[in-house]
Design a protein around this ligand. Structure first.
Ligand SMILES: C[S@@+](CC[C@H](N)C(=O)[O-])C[C@H]1O[C@@H](n2cnc3c(N)ncnc32)[C@H](O)[C@@H]1O
Length: 355
């Protein structure tokens, strides 16, 4: 490690103070260095730092070791060549701005990153592997640039290793971890984006014929996403489901079943003996939602492959309770637990578990 190592993390703009507070509590050797909207860096004050290092925060969508700054492809390539002479994966991506992604002009978002990515590849075709999606064992060069609608300013050049063994070092495989997945016209709600982004960030692929139970399923964006992937869905919600979900008929013959009641009232016999996926997106405090999650995990009888649990973080009180919430999630028995905040999230984070 160099004497002056810096780690960087990208995240939503609104949670910058929570990122700093969490890192200060969990890793006192990481000292806040500087921040730009959607990007916070920490000086490593003692301890080790490498491209495999994690930045311990529940809001990190991407993170890594800083290599320096650049303001043009030529200076970026100098920084990158000073670090490696092997072809590497290239991830150019834009920082978040303080506007919910579904209110942004999607023709502007990503335009600057695409232009810089093309310029870097044109200037040094042999320096980068052709595809963006990172594979296990890849070394990834990150170029973090301002959002397409902001004025340009120096880019942060970083590096991370994809993927470490520990859950905390598992990155999303796409530039910036994952980008926003735009809502298709037929999807019943923007929860479709949240589940699709979660599956992409965590590199999970539910398979046709599997079964998913969703707690808080109405009106049905997440259920619709799982149905389109060929998964049978049992949705638990006292609210009404959208017709695109209740009438779903896809090529795999999978169907939606509505358990039209609150989660507390679902009888054991209404659930299949085993199911592979559990989703939860209820507008309840996480400590309350966890009671239902714990019961449904037990009712899956060890058959779960994954769980995607949305945790509403409506205020500082819930943020302060986060360590206790995560400790309860750790006890669900999953092999890996990863927490992030996705592009489509508002006041929430997601815990993604795999067994
Ligand atoms: C954010 S919405 C869910 C969005 C949904 N996942 C989608 O994909 O469209 C929250 C839902 O939680 C449901 N909910 C609240 N309390 C619940 C409970 N105790 N049991 C089941 N659902 C509940 C509400 O009825 C509401 O439909």
């Amino acid at each position: 490690m160099s004497e002056r190592a810096f780690l960087w993390v990208t995240h939503q703009v609104a949670v910058t103070r929570w990122v700093k507070a969490e890192v200060a509590a969990r890793a006192p050797h990481l000292k806040f260095a500087f921040s730009r909207p959607g990007l916070t860096t920490f000086k490593v004050d003692g301890g080790d730092a490498s491209p495999a290092s994690a930045v311990p925060t529940s809001f990190a969508r991407a993170w890594g070791l800083s290599l320096g700054r650049a303001d043009a492809p030529a200076t970026a390539l100098e920084v990158i060549r000073g670090f490696t002479d092997q072809p590497v994966r290239l991830h150019v991506f834009e920082r978040d701005i303080d506007v919910p992604v579904d209110e942004q002009d999607l023709t502007v978002r990503g335009r600057r990153a695409a232009a810089i990515d093309a310029a870097l590849r044109a200037a040094a075709p042999a320096a980068f592997l052709p595809e963006a999606r990172a594979r296990a064992g890849d070394r990834v060069i990150d170029v973090v640039v301002p959002h397409g609608r902001e004025p340009d300013e120096p880019w942060l050049i970083g590096v991370h290793d994809h993927d470490g063994d520990a859950p905390a070092t598992r990155h999303g495989p796409w530039p910036g971890g994952v980008d926003h997945v735009p809502l298709p016209a037929e999807a019943p709600s923007r929860a479709w984006c949240k589940i699709e982004e979660a599956l992409r960030w965590a590199d999970l692929e539910p398979a046709p014929g599997e079964t998913c139970v969703e707690i808080g399923s109405a009106p049905g964006g997440a259920s619709y996403a799982m149905l389109c992937r060929g998964v049978n869905v049992l949705g638990v919600d006292p609210g009404e489901m959208h017709a695109a979900v209740t009438g779903f008929a896809g090529p795999h013959g999978n169907r939606f079943t509505h358990l039209h009641m609150p989660a507390a009232e679902v009888p054991k016999k209404a659930l299949p003996r085993a199911f592979e996926w559990l989703l939860c997106d209820v507008n309840l405090a996480p400590m309350v939602a966890l009671k239902y999650i714990e019961r449904f995990v037990a009712l899956a009888h060890g058959g779960l492959r994954g769980a995607v649990l949305t945790l509403k973080l409506n205020d500082d009180g819930v943020f302060e309770a986060l360590p206790r919430i995560l400790a309860r999630i750790d006890k669900l028995g999953a092999r890996t637990v990863r927490v992030t905040q996705l592009p489509s999230h508002r006041s929430e984070v997601v815990a993604i578990l795999t067994w």
